[in-house]
Design a protein around this ligand. Structure first.
Ligand SMILES: [Zn+2]
Ligand SMILES: [Zn+2]
Length: 142
C-alpha cells in the first residue's frame, strides 16, 4: 500500500490518500463550477473512495460549500485553497485535487470531462479522450 500526503497552501488542512484506486480515476474537469471555484481553466481530480481518504487534524480549518443541491466543495478557511469534492451521486467517494498532493508522479490522467465548456483561452493538445457534459452520468457538477 502506498500513502500519499497532501495539503492546502497554508498547511492547516492536511490529508492522506491510502492505496489509490489506480489508473482510471483521474480526470481534467472543464465544468463551469470547477472553473469558478478554483479560478482556473480546468481542475484535475483524483476520484477516490472515501474509505481511502482521511483528514489529518484539519477539522478546524476545513469548510464545505454546497455548490449544488448534490455537490459540496471542501476548502481551507484560512488560505482559501479548494481541494475536495463530494456528491450525493457518488456517496462513497471523495474527489481530491491532484495539484494539492505532495507527490504526483504516480497519477496519470485518463480523460477530459465537460470538454464542451472548456475555456476558450487554453489550447488542449494531448490525446486524451474528450467527454462532453452530456456524457457525464451525473452532471450535477456543471
Ligand atoms: Zn490553508
Ligand atoms: Zn467540474
Amino acid at each position: 500500500m502506498k500513502i500519499y500526503k497532501g495539503s492546502c497552501l497554508c498547511g492547516k488542512v492536511r490529508f492522506t490518500i491510502n492505496e489509490p484506486s489506480g489508473s482510471d480515476s483521474q480526470v481534467h474537469c472543464h465544468c463551469r463550477l470547477c472553473q469558478r471555484a478554483h479560478g482556473a481553466a480546468f481542475v484535475t481530480w483524483v476520484c477516490q473512495k472515501s474509505e481511502n481518504f482521511s483528514l489529518d487534524n484539519s477539522e478546524q480549518s476545513l469548510r464545505w460549500y454546497a455548490s449544488t443541491n448534490e455537490g459540496r466543495r471542501g476548502f481551507c478557511a484560512h488560505c482559501g485553497s479548494t481541494m475536495f469534492f463530494r456528491s450525493s451521486f457518488w456517496p462513497d467517494e471523495t474527489h481530491v485535487t491532484l495539484a494539492n498532493l505532495h507527490e504526483q508522479d504516480d497519477f496519470k490522467v485518463q480523460a477530459h470531462i465537460c470538454y464542451d465548456t472548456r475555456a476558450s483561452w487554453v489550447e488542449v493538445k494531448d490525446e486524451l479522450p474528450r467527454r462532453m457534459t452530456s456524457e457525464l452520468l451525473h452532471a450535477d457538477d456543471v
